[in-house]
Unconditional design. Structure first.
Length: 260
């Protein structure tokens, strides 16, 4: 598949999608969003892909938000189409059964932070910065920022960022719990890939079960959520990978998971 505004590479079961409009700080225009949706669809359809990584081209930005040049030209109806295009790609991203890591190498603003927050977790470069600056444009976030940010850092911290539109550093994002890890810029991709490889070596069935139990459980009350976990546990117990994992432990050897 050929792309103009993103690049996609797969190595040892780990796919990396790179937002690739560095001159516009990888801002999300319609063409990029359409390509991103196609790439996510292709990842969903490929059973061999075990982990997805998202990052930005160049040394300045992950994604500096929706493309303001394009946004400024849209009337209300077209703006809704634009937002829905991005939102449906992000929804598809969250529905992937494999782990998704955001490798935030620079600005993650507006829609950029919203995409990063839709990933399972974020690793950031020390040079990264984060924010929801839409308020400064007389707008509000349109890709889930008013919903995911307060769920991650709490309503009060989120409202401060959303009302002021201010940018915060990677270290501040780490303190708030937006980011799992902050590393030197040159170490970012190696660190992300090391974690990706670790996860790719696990059994596919149990990785999928963890993701579904966490995500579905978070949207349910605790009693229902615990039932979701019990059902997922039972499903894993019935898998050949669980047999392999437990046998390998007892036989003091490394498990060789087959993804079944
Ligand atoms: N859309 C379109 N172009 C953008 C852009 C964006 N979101 N962000 C940066 N660019 C462009 C700039 O216009 C500039 O282009 P030119 O060279 O042609 O002038 C180029 O990228 C480099 O940017 P700057 O010269 O501004 O770089 P800087 O280092 O001085 O500043 C910045 C960097 C602080 C990120 C600044 O570019 C900025 O504030 N960008 C806008 C961020 C923003 O408001 N994002 C939210 C968008 S709305 C949204 O995302 C809604 C939603 O939730 C869906």
């Amino acid at each position: 598949m050929s792309y103009e505004h993103i690049s996609v590479a797969t190595e040892q079961g780990i796919t990396t999608i790179t937002f690739n409009r560095p001159k516009a700080l990888n801002a999300l225009n319609s063409a990029l969003l359409e390509e991103f949706a196609r790439a996510v669809e292709a990842v969903a359809a490929d059973e061999e892909i075990r982990v997805l990584v998202l990052t930005g081209a160049g040394d300045k930005a992950f994604v500096a938000g929706a493309d303001i040049t394009e946004l400024a030209r849209l009337d209300t109806l077209k703006a809704k189409v634009f937002i829905n295009r991005g939102l449906s790609a992000i929804n598809a991203l969250t529905q992937l059964s494999i782990p998704v890591i955001a490798a935030v190498n620079g600005f993650a603003l507006g829609g950029g932070l919203e995409i990063a927050m839709a990933c399972d977790f974020i690793y950031a470069s020390e040079k990264a910065s984060f924010g929801q600056p839409e308020i400064k444009l007389g707008l509000i976030p349109g890709y889930g920022g008013t919903q995911r940010l307060p769920r991650i850092i709490g309503a009060a911290q989120a409202k401060e960022l959303l009302f002021t539109g201010k940018m915060i550093s990677a270290v501040e994002a780490l303190r708030l719990g937006i980011v799992n890890k902050v590393v030197a810029p040159e170490a970012l991709m190696d660190t992300v890939m090391a974690t990706a490889r670790e996860m790719a070596a696990m059994g596919r069935v149990s990785v999928r079960a963890v993701k579904q139990a966490v995500d579905n459980g978070l949207n349910a009350d605790l009693t229902t959520a615990l039932r979701i976990e019990t059902d997922a546990f039972a499903l894993c117990m019935a898998s050949p990978d669980a047999k392999e994992g437990t046998s390998a432990f007892l036989e003091k050897r490394k498990p060789a998971f087959t993804g079944k």
